[in-house]
Design a protein around this ligand. Structure first.
Ligand SMILES: [Zn+2]
Length: 260
């Protein structure tokens, strides 16, 4: 069994064949999917999918690229959405200095407010970080999640071992996606090779970041198996052992709800 701990199954690129995508995932042993929301309007859509499919779970949050209009009252709406029985995390939240869709100080406010909400609700966070290493580490360190047993995951981890060590020290897990399988990704594989085994997660970020075998195509949850396969090779483990380990990690981080 595998869990795709991060996919955007709600995006319109899945409108034509969403049922088949979920069925193909299950046929490949990927029986649980977590869909993180990206903004308030998106939360009901994600929750609706979680109601529609037994193995689909949700996270609610406002992505840094959607935080330009952030208001602190949005936390109240997120708190309401988080009451849904299939919500397992607050996300996708974080910082993104690549797209620059919202000013940095606004991103900081949105991120910190949602980290505090996660702490209040006892939920882990799903963290997006693009070209914002230092500020992500600083805001996580200043947050009430720092040092908890299961604070959350740095999703689609793609930066240095130095940053990895700092967030691992705070208790965070690291999620790996398709880029781990890319030909040029030796540096990323070196990082993945050093992460404690009980802190590793696999994810797709579908429809984005298709693995090497499917490069250029739409990514989908079934392909998380390629990430697990590559991670097993990096760790010198049999594929089923790596699958079992990352699945146990996901169940530990996101909680018993995932155990239907
Ligand atoms: Zn994402």
């Amino acid at each position: 069994m595998l869990i795709d701990t991060h996919c955007h199954l709600d995006f319109d690129r899945f409108d034509v064949d969403r049922d088949e995508v979920v069925a193909r995932a299950a046929a490949n042993g990927v029986t649980r999917l977590i869909i993180p929301a990206i903004d308030l309007d998106n939360c009901p859509t994600v929750l609706h999918l979680a109601e529609q499919y037994e193995g689909v779970f949700a996270a609610v949050g406002v992505h840094p690229n959607s935080s330009a209009e952030w208001q602190d009252e949005w936390v109240d709406a997120l708190r309401q959405f988080a009451q849904h029985p299939k919500v397992v995390a607050i996300g996708e939240i974080g910082l993104d200095y690549y797209w620059k869709r919202s000013p940095q100080d606004v991103q900081h406010r949105a991120f910190s407010a949602q980290l505090a909400l996660a702490h209040e609700l006892g939920l882990p966070v799903i963290v997006h970080n693009r070209e914002s290493d230092e500020d992500v580490v600083r805001l996580l360190r200043e947050s009430p999640l720092n040092g908890l047993a299961r604070p959350g995951v740095l999703h689609s981890f793609s930066t240095t071992w130095e940053i990895a060590q700092q967030v691992l020290d705070m208790g965070f897990y690291l999620g790996f996606t398709g880029p781990l399988t890319f030909k040029q990704a030796d540096e990323l594989r070196r990082v993945a090779g050093q992460v404690p085994l009980d802190r590793l997660l696999v994810e797709t970020d579908a429809p984005f970041l298709a693995p090497q075998q499917k490069r250029g195509q739409r990514n989908e949850p079934a392909y998380v198996a390629y990430v697990a396969e590559r991670l097993a090779a990096v760790r010198n483990l049999e594929v089923p052992i790596l699958q079992q380990q990352t699945t146990e990690n996901a169940l530990r981080l996101f909680g018993k709800k995932l155990n239907l």
